[in-house]
Design a protein. Structure first.
Length: 294
């Protein structure tokens, strides 16, 4: 880390006025600031709260490519990090930045750590968050998967399909819900059966706003349309809350062509021979013209 000359001089003086600050930036853009100083500090457009009760263990950092790691420990508070938000997954994968700051002259501050939140644990009104450095991304598998089904995620850069295209989503109000997982609609018409299967349900209002659930089944129970999720929504959801339901894809080439008209971006290899092809014995007919071996 490259400290400014003024900050270096302050640290070398032997009588320092330094503290640490942390910023947590959630994926929805919400920013939380914390400091171990006894007063609030503000810089870079972030206010760092002194009464948050957040502390962090010493950073384990290196000059190589090993993963920098640390832990942050804090109290669950209604004004900062709440148990409900952690349970809902709102802090999963959130960005974390830590600074060393001269609280007597906050223009002197340098970044000590930048990464993301890994595992979150909650016990007795407190939380412990694992902090993962930027080199954690190097542990992710890379490369192309050669398989018959499409390897892209509907709507990602490889797929290129617009999930918000007309006819491929519905913005509706929740009518009836069971255990946050099974939703029943009397007015959700105009879509084929199983149109939303393998798709997404995204909360638009209420406690579930911004949260996503993956759709397992989409079927009719007499005149009622039933949307069932693989797992319950991670926050309370009640009748009247607005949700968006998006069409799903089963990764087959035929679906890509007929449902989404997106065959040029299909990321699968439907003509790869199956396992049975590899165990067929050599031809006994003596014909070697390159035709089928069967």
């Amino acid at each position: 880390m490259a400290y400014s000359e003024a900050f270096k001089s302050h640290l070398a003086s032997g009588a320092t006025t330094v503290c640490r600050t942390w910023a947590i930036i959630r994926r929805d853009g919400t920013v939380f600031g914390f400091t171990d100083h006894d007063r609030d500090l503000t810089f870079d457009g972030i206010t760092f709260k002194a009464d948050s009760g957040l502390t962090a263990m010493a950073l384990a950092q290196s000059t190589g490519l090993s993963v920098d790691n640390s832990e942050a420990i804090g109290a669950l508070r209604a004004a900062a990090i709440t148990e409900a938000d952690i349970e809902a997954g709102r802090f999963d994968g959130a960005q974390v930045v830590s600074w060393l700051v001269n609280w007597a002259d906050i223009s002197q501050h340098e970044t000590q750590f930048r990464g993301s939140i890994g595992e979150l644990r909650r016990t007795n009104g407190a939380f412990t968050a694992e902090l993962r450095g930027l080199t954690e991304a190097l542990n992710r598998p890379m490369g192309r998967v050669y398989q018959k089904p499409c390897s892209a995620v509907l709507g990602d850069a490889a797929c290129g399909f617009d999930r918000a295209a007309a006819g491929f989503f519905a913005d509706v109000a929740v009518e009836a819900v069971e255990e946050r997982q099974v939703f029943r609609f009397d007015g959700l018409t105009g879509f084929d059966v199983a149109w939303f299967e393998r798709g997404r349900m995204i909360g638009q209002s209420g406690a579930c706003a911004g949260l996503t659930g993956m759709i397992k089944r989409d079927y009719f129970d007499e005149e009622t349309r039933v949307i069932e999720l693989w797992a319950p929504m991670r926050a309370p959801i009640v009748a009247g809350d607005m949700i968006r339901i998006e069409a799903g894809c089963d990764k087959r080439m035929k679906t890509c062509q007929l449902k989404f008209n997106n065959l040029l971006n299909y990321q699968g290899f439907p003509d790869i021979p199956g396992d049975d092809w590899t165990v067929i014995p050599p031809s006994q007919s003596g014909t070697t013209g390159g035709g089928s071996r069967r």
